[in-house]
Write a protein that binds this ligand. Structure first.
Ligand SMILES: *Cc1c(COP(=O)(O)O)cnc(C)c1O
Length: 383
């Protein structure tokens, strides 16, 4: 079957050469805007493209405010700090995620706690979250949610919109609100994805997007913090730009800041990429349909967008029948220059996370790890 799959992927991308999992596409104003930054010498921390890039993301997502950063991990780090995450706190996230989600939690000195995901969304399971909180946690007189086991405050919850499929975010928000836990969305992979008509990353108090080279649009490296809160947006800008107090010549800094500001040259790429985002999303949604149709006819199950959501289909994913079938698919495709990948090793299995608490069951996480294969999902250009 995987031989036929190879042929199908080659027919879509029209090449006998190597086919990557996700390659960037530059067919717009990228070179013009990049040249402009070089000609003007404004390639670094000052320049108009950063503002333009932030505005275009605000317009597209309806987020309220967007603050550009050097990458998605730094955006998540700052989002967590602004959510009030302090050393020793616990932050709940899904075990089925990319390691950057956990790393950002650790940068704050906090400890991740892992719950399961839904098989339909690949995102944090509201049910698993509820069970974990009911078993371990209570809201005390100080208004905070405390873990009875660790005697620590559970400050935030970070669901991730895996491969662009929106998590069950409204349910998750309801639970977080009930327990006074701040909702921070890892929307690194889901620019262009909607849940009940709202753009992912605009439901939580804060969110992070990534513009890494493999994401739906890229700035080389880059990220963005989203929030509807003007005060938090101002703080985000301040703390990502070394916490400098505005003044014509004095170098004054009022707290420990970060050098996380996105350079203008990267933002120039971002402005050009944003002009093509609607085309990319449509193109990738069409590709997903082709995969799903082929899968139906050939007995291969592809992930489809959950009910009530619109996915950007950043990565298409096959759910194989068993770990041995998964391994066969990975072997055949990668040996034949068609790049495919398994899911990330679950976070609760990494040695560095051995000290983290987990929900009693992570069955779906383990089940998906054994069966999921992501397949080539770049924008398809026909000319
Ligand atoms: C890509 C990604 C990040 C981090 O983004 P970078 O820009 O690579 O730092 C964080 N979380 C998830 C889920 C990602 O896929």
């Amino acid at each position: 079957m995987f031989e036929r799959f190879l042929e199908f992927v080659r027919s879509i991308y029209g090449t006998k050469e190597f086919i990557p999992l996700h390659a960037p596409v530059f067919v717009g104003n990228e070179k013009n805007y990049l040249t402009d930054t070089v000609d003007s010498t404004f390639v670094s921390s000052v320049g108009e493209y950063v503002n333009q890039f932030e505005s275009s993301v605000v317009d597209y997502t309806d987020a309220g405010y967007a603050i550009a950063t050097v990458n998605g991990t730094s955006a998540l780090h700052i989002a967590l700090l602004l959510a009030g995450v302090k050393p020793g706190n616990i932050v709940i996230t899904q075990s089925f995620t990319f390691v950057a989600t956990c790393n950002a939690i650790r940068y704050c000195g906090a400890l991740p706690a892992f719950v399961d995901v839904d098989l339909t969304t690949l995102g944090l399971s509201a049910e698993s979250l509820e069970i974990y909180l009911a078993a371990h946690c209570e809201v005390r007189d100080d208004g905070c949610c405390w873990s009875r086991v660790d005697n620590q405050v559970i400050r935030a919850c970070v669901p991730m919109h895996t491969y662009g499929f929106p998590a069950n975010i409204s349910e998750i928000k309801t639970i977080c609100d009930r327990y006074n836990i701040t909702l921070v969305e890892d929307a690194a992979e889901s620019l262009g994805s909607y849940s009940s008509g709202m753009h992912t990353g605009t439901i939580g108090k804060l969110a992070a997007i990534s513009f890494n080279g493999n994401k739906i649009i890229t700035t080389g490296g880059g990220g963005m913090i989203l929030t509807a809160d003007e005060g938090l947006a101002k703080k985000a800008k301040h703390i990502t730009t070394t916490a400098k107090v505005p003044h014509s010549w004095v170098f004054d800094h009022d707290e420990i800041g970060y050098n996380y500001r996105l350079p203008n040259i990267n933002a120039a790429l971002g402005v050009a990429q944003m002009e093509y985002l609607p085309f990319f999303v449509e193109n990738k949604r069409n590709l997903a349909k082709l995969y799903q149709q082929w899968g139906k006819e050939n007995g291969l199950q592809f992930m489809t967008e959950p009910k009530g959501t619109e996915s950007n289909y950043w990565l298409n994913a096959v759910i194989t029948e068993s770990q041995s079938q998964r391994d066969e698919m990975l072997e055949v495709t990668n040996a034949n220059q068609v790049m495919t990948r398994p899911a990330w090793t679950p976070m609760h299995r990494l040695a560095m996370n051995a000290d983290c608490s987990t929900s009693a069951e992570l069955d779906n996480t383990e089940w998906l790890y054994e069966r999921l294969v992501s397949v080539p999902s770049s924008v398809v250009l026909n000319d």
